[in-house]
Design a protein around this ligand. Structure first.
Ligand SMILES: [Cu+2]
Length: 132
């Protein structure tokens, strides 16, 4: 019975942790995500598509210490990519690639969001940068 109970708690923790409907950064478990993009000349390059109303990928995973290059494009209207902790706020125009570069120095989970009003779901348009 005790064993059952422990198993149930473990299962709840795992399921709760891997739930994709993320609301706060505490719900993200870095161990579940593999590194994003690919390394080109020592830089981690990741393509990110913005659309009404989200980002693909919405969880970007990099190693701490890496130089990261995000290639941002929009699938519909103008959007923004704002990552406050790293001082990033870039406009993404449809049909045009916006490039953002930064060094991921400190491990942690950082929220990024759309900074250009794009419609009714704008406030829900966000994602997470996980620095391992
Ligand atoms: Cu928006």
């Amino acid at each position: 019975m005790k064993k059952m109970f422990s198993l149930l708690i473990l299962l709840t923790a795992i399921l709760g942790c891997s739930n994709r409907d993320i609301v706060t950064k505490d719900e993200i478990c870095p161990m579940y995500y593999s590194l994003s993009g690919k390394i080109e000349n020592g830089v981690r390059v990741i393509d990110v598509k913005a659309y009404k109303f989200g980002f693909n990928p919405d969880i970007i995973v990099v190693n701490s210490g890496e130089k990261v290059r995000l290639r941002l494009t929009s699938l519909d209207v103008a959007h923004g990519f704002k990552l406050e902790e790293l001082g990033i706020n870039e406009r993404i125009e449809p049909g045009k690639e916006s490039v953002v570069e930064f060094y991921a120095t400190e491990a942690g989970t950082y929220e990024f969001k759309c900074s250009v009003f794009c419609g009714s779901g704008h406030l829900k348009m966000r994602g997470w940068l996980v620095v391992k």
